[in-house]
Design a protein around this ligand. Sequence first.
Ligand code: LLP
Length: 463
Amino acid sequence: MSRSAHPAGPRHADVVPEGHYAAPPADLNLLDEKVWSRTVTRDADGALTVGGIGVARLAEEFGTPAYFLDEADFRARCRAWSDAFGPGADVYYAGKAFLSRAVVRWLREEGLNLDVCSGGELTTALDAGMPAERIAFHGNNKTVAEIERAVEAGVGRIVLDSFQEIVRVAHVAQRLGKRQQVQIRVTVGVEAHTHEFIATAHEDQKFGIALAGGLAAEAVRRALTLDGLELTGIHSHIGSQIFDMAGFEVSARRVVQLLAEVRDEHGVELAEIDLGGGLGIAYTSDDDPREPHEIAKALGDIVTRECEASGLATPRISVEPGRAIVGPTAFTLYEVGTIKPLEGLRTYVSVDGGMSDNIRTALYDAEYSVALVSRSSDAEPMLVRVVGKHCESGDIVVKDAFLPADLAPGDLIAVPATGAYCRSMASNYNHALRPPVVAVRDGEARVIVRRETEEDLLRLDVG
Ligand code: LLP
């Protein structure tokens, strides 16, 4: 179907979207730098380029759907975090956001440490040459086999998540004749949501050991007495996609209080506190994330102040940003297929991927932006819902957005800020083939995670 022959969808639907997409943006061709990675721009013809390469070439060479990761931006964000926190603190990239061997090499080169939370992430980290002492091992239910591998490899820290795990790790370390550095993960009674936090009296989730009721203090008692463990600090992670620093401040204050109690009871000053990850990024123009230096200053100030008040030496701080480093560095490129205008509602734009490459919209009601990127357009804005090709009506990539009304099958559209928790949570639903991750830098593009093939699917199917 030619562009001009395509019937334009409803412009202003009877169902008016809320929030960010309540009204169309003034210019659909503008790329808001908040949501796109740093080297993204439009060329003279209006097509999007990243790292100096146009999307038409990228689509031709690598196919769609595909994630394109701006390597220069990733490295710059790593440096911004480590510069902001400085030599007196440690930045652990949270590998769950997105991990591959190339990413591990970049982290190593940029001087970051790595947080892993499974045997698979640990294997990837070690295989790509991350020194074991720069790895922190997390998880609420690490298997004994995983603990053995981590202790044997000599990971820098294991973050203990339960009373049973304190004993499990101690036993493994004793059996292997090692003394493992550990932190205890505490739940501080701060429940963080996207834009807010709510202090909770009760802890009703699976992670960590509650400060409330003296449980965390009891965990410290046990960890200090067991051979095989060297307790170096306390860990707290309050949630994800958080913009408000207040939750982190409460968390830091409560962790420092525990350090003071430990000093008073045991005469031991624990040397480290880890305040976790969770810093938010911009998915739409409405989001206003904090810069790493603001975060570092806010956290550093509160920890210093609280420690001074308790007469403690300031401990070494660490943080674990995942999304804030990798999230903004990638976009997903899709080809537009079927376009279905629903009179009085909106136009459904189907792409060649969907919930198998981005489950976040279905799972968390996450908001995303979208743009026509293979060309610019002066057509009127059209209210759309970008959907995938899966057999499920909840298969939505972008719930409410505006795209130009002359959008046509074969156009390329891109969803920015898909670097975190998209490829890492991708699935084979409907036997979809998980898309590749292509790193782009200085005019060169290379696959760092290849596209799955049907042979990959059949290889697992041994029946
Ligand atoms: N540290 C710990 C102990 C964590 O559990 C997490 C995330 C992080 C650090 C990194 O958080 P970040 O800076 O990336 O927000 N799948 C969800 C996010 C789950 C986060 C789980 N833990 C999503 O797509 O939003």
